[in-house]
Ligand binder design. Structure first.
Ligand code: G3P
Ligand code: CA
Length: 245
């Protein structure tokens, strides 16, 4: 078991607030969680912004791709999504705005570099520049489904902590994989993950943070297996459960 298992708010407190907005990040902080997971992409004019989908249609009132709009244009885009009737207009945050906010608290941030559907040439460099400028390096884990993209962040900050992000089913022998290629963390989808894989990661010095944990059976198993962190849409529920253990 791991009594210090970390609770990360997936896209902020996305179970109850509009995902990847400053409102969701602030509410995550207030939930008492340990960290926040978020997604970064680049605008047409090369600004790092926080949004999950490459296209805007499903999460906002704009259509088309994030990369086809300047930051100025995106500032009138409402990321309130399904919550907009409750919480009103919610802007797409820049990563700079987030870093400034994060420098005033002690949360860990898991930054997912969105570079597997569309590859942004300068996303890693610009993300790392902001992390450096705000002095957040010690509280960041970089992850990506594009493993080369995540590892390439070490070109800008050699000791940056990185996670191999994978879907349900994971990678067999992930502990060896992560150690061999220089990841400090393994970030698998919960389905198919086994106690043995977690143990192999730990034997190889690899931290295991699992997504997306929205039911109590999964939470209990991962706790018993000694996982290092869980990424959840409901950080308040997970944190209360863990405190009661
Ligand atoms: O980092 C875990 C999780 O966020 C990856 O999937 O699609 O929610 O970005 P997704
Ligand atoms: Ca993500």
């Amino acid at each position: 078991m791991n009594k210090t298992m970390k609770i990360f708010a997936h896209r902020g407190f996305s179970g109850r607030y509009p995902q990847n907005t400053m409102l969701a990040f602030q509410k995550a902080l207030e939930s008492g969680c340990d960290g926040i997971e978020l997604d970064v992409q680049l605008t047409k004019d090369g600004e790092v912004v926080i949004i999950h989908d490459e296209y805007l249609d499903d999460l906002t009132d704009f259509t088309g791709n994030v990369r086809d709009y300047t930051l100025g244009e995106l500032k009138s885009c409402n990321a309130g999504g399904k919550w907009q009737e409750v919480y009103g207009f919610q802007p797409i945050p820049t990563f700079e705005e987030y870093c400034e906010w994060a420098s005033g608290n002690s949360l860990i941030t898991n930054v997912e570099i969105k570079s597997s559907v569309y590859y942004y040439e300068e996303l890693e460099k610009k993300t790392m520049e902001l992390i450096g400028r705000f002095g957040l390096k010690e509280r960041i884990i970089i992850s990506s489904f594009n493993h080369l993209s995540a590892l390439s962040c070490k070109d800008f900050m050699p000791d940056m902590k990185t996670g191999a992000l994978v879907g349900n089913g994971g990678i067999a022998n992930a502990g060896y994989y992560c150690k061999k290629f220089g990841f400090e963390c393994y970030h698998p989808g919960v389905e198919g993950l086994t106690k043995e894989e977690v143990e192999l990661c730990h034997k190889n010095g690899i931290e295991v943070n699992v997504w997306t944990i929205n039911n109590m059976d999964d939470l209990e198993n991962l706790y018993e297996w000694g996982c290092d962190g869980v990424i959840t849409n409901y950080p308040d529920v997970c944190k209360s459960w863990l405190k009661a253990k």
